[in-house]
Design a protein around this ligand. Structure first.
Ligand code: IPE
Ligand code: IPE
Ligand code: MG
Length: 248
């Protein structure tokens, strides 16, 4: 069950982030730089996902959340979108058994209704198969948007409690797409851009942010360690003063 909200009480945290959330950006530029088609970057990006999942499990990270396709990525050329969908499908088919064998649970969140029925079915199968695994929970955000998330949660709440007249934070929280995880401790965006691009807007309220110019296909174990070191040097105050942190 998820921890309490960071805005309602001060959460506990460790040297190793319990929850890491990543915007995997820069696949296209990685490929273009090598005079390759953008899709070659996406395919190389899949290899990076595999490596980072392994590294997170080894490091003792419990939740890894990856932004794979945003609600705005439909604006890309049709060909790129359809190849991305195919890649997603192949990855699910290829990786699910390995994830399961390694006690890793897979979840996919976002508005999945816009995906092919066959893809939706594969997602459901993978989720069911790995549902009871507990070493690492990997959440893929697909056709996900932070604003979509808040609005869909609100609609679910209204459907469940049609007579509700005022809403508190804790009323909404169980309906958010990431209700199965505590709020992220560390956020990483690769690829050099310093923006959230409509990722977990609600959940990142007190997350430590880390940006690197490294393109996603080049992000590996060493880069992950560097990001965690940076995280370990941060002072997480959650609204308090530095002096208060030293009080018993
Ligand atoms: C991130 O890499 C992957 C997806 C958004 C699917 P990009 O495709 O955004 O790569 P750049 O930012 O164009 O280099
Ligand atoms: C964010 O990357 C979405 C994913 C990594 C899936 P984008 O490349 O789509 O972000 P913008 O368009 O540069 O903000
Ligand atoms: Mg990009």
């Amino acid at each position: 069950m998820a921890d309490l909200s960071s805005t309602q009480s001060v959460p506990s945290f460790d040297a190793i982030p319990k929850h890491l959330a990543i915007i995997m950006d820069g696949n296209g530029r990685w490929a273009t730089q090598r005079f390759m088609p953008r899709i070659a970057g996406h395919s190389k990006g899949m290899d990076a996902v595999r490596k980072i999942v392994e590294a997170c499990a080894e490091q003792g990270i419990r939740y890894l959340t990856l932004f794979a396709f945003s609600s705005e990525n439909w604006r890309r050329p049709e060909e790129e979108v359809s190849i991305l969908m195919r890649l997603f499908m192949t990855a699910l088919q290829r990786e699910v058994n390995k994830l399961h064998a390694n006690n890793i649970c897979l979840k996919v969140v976002g508005d999945l209704s816009r995906f092919d029925v066959a893809l939706q079915e594969k997602i459901r199968e993978a989720e069911c198969k790995t549902a009871n695994n507990s070493r690492l929970i990997v959440t893929i955000c697909a056709n996900y948007g932070g604003r979509w998330d808040v609005v869909q949660a609100m609609n679910k709440l209204l459907a469940a409690q049609p007579t509700i007249s005022s809403i508190k934070e804790h009323d909404l929280a169980p309906y958010l797409a990431m209700a199965h995880a505590p709020e992220p401790d560390l956020f990483i965006r690769t690829g050099g851009e310093k923006r959230l691009s409509n990722f977990l807007l609600w959940q990142l309220a007190y997350t430590e942010l880390y940006f690197t110019d490294t393109y996603w296909p080049d992000f590996g174990r060493t880069e992950l360690k560097t990001a965690i070191h940076s995280y370990q040097k941060r002072e997480r105050r959650f609204g308090r003063t530095s002096a208060q942190l030293l009080e018993p």
